[in-house]
Design a protein around this ligand. Structure first.
Ligand code: 15L
Length: 273
């Protein structure tokens, strides 16, 4: 069974990082309704706190600020950091140093579970004619994907060494609707994103899990069988958007890397010099 709209989050004090971003803004009210205290954070300004909320502006590379953020929390939904392909120097502070700061803070403050927003770009150099699962070797399609692979490895270390559980969500394309033909395979509706995050927070045992964040799309490159223990059951599908996406993009250039690789356009961003 996937989590119902009223499933309380077993962790009653929850930290949501990246709360000013597109997905953070979606998740904030949905998570607020399920926990006793929601602390939200971002490097950017956020909406003022509602009842049962705390709002803390902080940079992930600021170690002391991250330790203060994490203190007193039962669990973390970590969406913070750079979420698109950028030069390495732009990725390094939040996505590499920041994720280290977060896990060190979690260790010191005895946080038991983290839901880590990874990305499909960890495996973006697999081809679109392959179906892959989370046990296959990573094939990042850029510095952003590499940083998410680092976060996945770091979280595995913190589970093996310290027992902090993590669910790594290799999020596909979470937008109001699929924007192009690639997203017919990678789309994750906002409602399914919520279902996935709630399942990741409420499943009794998750250990260190990796799951692709996608809706119940007819076309799919990702096999989530090994994450069935999470109880995530997507209920939306990209299929109703297929005709529109195909009409907007009637021709596919099969020599174009963006039509060959799962990471789409990310595979050819850069070099940046
Ligand atoms: C991501 O990881 C990005 O955060 C998002 O903006 C999209 O580009 C998405 O991947 C995608 O692959 O469509």
């Amino acid at each position: 069974m996937s989590a119902s709209p009223t499933t309380p989050i077993s962790a009653s004090r929850l930290l949501l990082t990246g709360a000013a971003g597109a997905l953070g803004r979606q998740l904030r009210p949905r998570l607020r309704a399920r926990c006793s205290l929601l602390r939200v954070s971002d490097v950017a300004a956020m909406e003022v706190p509602g009842e049962g909320e705390e709002v803390v502006q902080a940079a992930l590379e600021d170690r002391a600020a991250v330790h203060a953020l994490v203190a007193g929390m039962d669990a973390v939904v970590h969406l913070g950091g750079v979420s698109t392909e950028q030069p390495f120097d732009a990725i390094l502070p939040a996505n590499i140093v920041g994720v280290y700061n977060l896990y060190e803070a979690a260790r010191l403050h005895q946080v038991r579970r983290i839901v880590f927003a990874s990305s499909n770009h960890v495996t973006g150099f697999y081809r679109q004619d392959q179906v892959i699962d989370a046990a296959m070797p990573v094939r990042p399609d850029g510095y952003y994907g590499l940083s998410k692979a680092f976060g996945e490895n770091l979280s595995r270390f913190y589970f093996d060494r310290y027992g902090i559980e993590t669910v790594c969500l290799r999020i596909g394309s979470s937008f109001p609707e699929p924007k192009d033909r690639r997203m017919l395979a990678t789309w994750l509706s906002y409602r399914d994103l919520e279902r996935l995050v709630v399942a990741s927070l409420t499943a009794p045992v998750v250990g260190h899990s990796i799951v692709y964040g996608m809706s119940d799309n007819a076309t799919s490159w990702w096999d989530n069988t090994s994450a069935r223990h999470l109880g995530y059951r997507p209920q939306d599908s990209s299929e109703p958007f297929r005709a529109g996406a195909e009409a907007r993009q009637p021709q596919l250039d099969l020599q174009d890397p963006t039509a060959i690789f799962q990471g789409g356009g990310y595979v050819r961003i850069g070099p940046f010099d």
